[in-house]
Write a protein that binds this ligand. Structure first.
Ligand SMILES: Cc1ncc(COP(=O)(O)O)c(C=O)c1O
Length: 379
């Protein structure tokens, strides 16, 4: 049987990975500055992660949400402690789109309204309402286009208020740092305006932290650069270091009802064990502070590179913007210099999303190779 061919693939076949390195079937070593799209948080194959998952597998790997699972409570407490969102409530699922889907559905139940406000260049996933709130018509099927979504630019407070005033908006969903969209951020003033206006017009403010969350940007959640309290916070990617786990944190003002949300796989024993291991390592190895420091180091180094127009992002969610499309540069980096990097819908932006265990020496290596690659593609 053939695979349903929806992904353009690089011609690399990883068979093994350790910390910040990935190895192909010929034993070639690649520096992973992409983290499988911001998923690898504590490094590939971290011993604590392997141990915890192996141990859990020997005990019980899965049971549905019809029984007591104390690991879900352990995970809720650990997320509460590290994110400082102590009063929030946790609902677990298995991916980023599913987290956003549940957040939007919950906002609609809670407010009894249906229209969503999302932002230009937003990416929230590929399912029903999540893809409808994604600013990319080419991945929205007619089915998805039935959802009521209005896209606004960041930082236009007046436009946001005009839409909220109409009284039919259930949710305003935003990324504090846009991922797939290319690392743009709303201004501080606009972040506070979103919170104030959502409260004034009874809409839910949803922070999509699927890519930025779990310490990647130097705070536990990227929105925590500001003092706001979103109604719902969506998580996935770095949460499981590769094990499929996602979730939402729900503000105490939103009440749960039986049947409101549900899933077969979400919050299973292995998923909880994976995420608990991630949180243990994040804390013990102080990876959140490390991400902040390394991000600052990256900025310093990037300033010396000819051709870099803008440096974007925070912590280890970073980008270098050039005045040309970076597709050929990414190919040169992967095939000649054996470095994985990321792209975005901004074709001129090279994205850097490494495991949070990356060190200065890896960043030094990247910049040395980048300078050579830039000369090659210019020649
Ligand atoms: C901000 C954001 N939200 C949601 C998603 C969708 O997550 P998933 O691919 O796990 O469904 C992504 C994926 O890149 C993302 O970056």
């Amino acid at each position: 049987m053939k695979l349903f061919d929806v992904y353009p693939l690089y011609d690399v076949t990883p068979v093994r990975a350790k910390d910040v390195y990935v190895y192909d079937q010929n034993g070639n070593e690649y520096l992973d500055l992409y983290g499988g799209h911001a998923v690898i948080s504590i490094g590939h194959g971290h011993p604590r992660y392997l141990e915890r998952l192996t141990q859990q597998m020997h005990q019980i790997g899965f049971y549905s949400n019809a029984i007591q699972n104390p690991l879900q409570h352990d995970l809720a407490n650990a997320i509460g402690e590290q994110s400082c969102c102590h009063d929030y409530q946790l609902f677990l699922c298995s991916s980023g789109a599913e987290a956003n889907e549940n957040a939007l559905k919950l906002a609609s139940f809670h407010t009894d309204k249906a229209r969503i406000i999302a932002f230009d260049h937003a990416f929230h996933g590929r399912t029903s309402a999540a893809v409808a709130a994604t600013d990319n018509p080419s991945i929205n099927a007619p089915l998805n286009q039935q959802q009521k979504v209005t896209f606004l630019p960041f930082n236009d407070e007046k436009a946001l208020e005009n839409e909220l005033k109409k009284g039919d908006v259930c949710a305003v969903i935003f990324e504090a740092i846009q991922g797939v969209g290319g690392l743009d951020e709303p201004s501080e003033t606009f972040v506070y305006a979103m919170e104030r206006l959502c409260n004034e017009y009874s809409a839910c403010l949803i922070a999509d932290e699927v890519q930025a969350g779990f310490g990647r940007t130097g705070t536990f959640f990227a929105y925590q650069k500001y003092r706001i309290e979103p109604h719902i916070i969506c998580m996935a990617k770095g949460m499981g270091n590769g094990f499929p786990v996602g979730g939402i944190l729900v503000h105490p003002s939103i009440e749960a009802k039986y049947g409101m949300l549900g899933t077969t796989f979400g919050g299973n024993h292995l998923a909880c064990a994976a995420s608990l291991a991630v949180l243990d390592v994040l804390k013990e190895e102080k990876l959140q502070a490390h991400a902040k420091d390394l991000g600052e180091y990256f900025y310093q180094k990037a300033q010396n590179i000819d051709g870099v127009k803008i440096i974007k992002g925070r912590g280890l969610m970073l980008g270098l913007e050039f005045d040309f499309e970076v597709g050929p540069l990414r190919k040169e980096l992967i095939y000649t210099h054996r470095i994985f990097t990321g792209g975005s819908s901004n074709k001129n932006l090279l994205r850097i999303l490494p495991p949070l265990t990356v060190e200065q020496k890896h960043i030094d290596f990247f910049f040395t190779q980048l300078e050579i690659a830039l000369k090659t593609i210019a020649a």
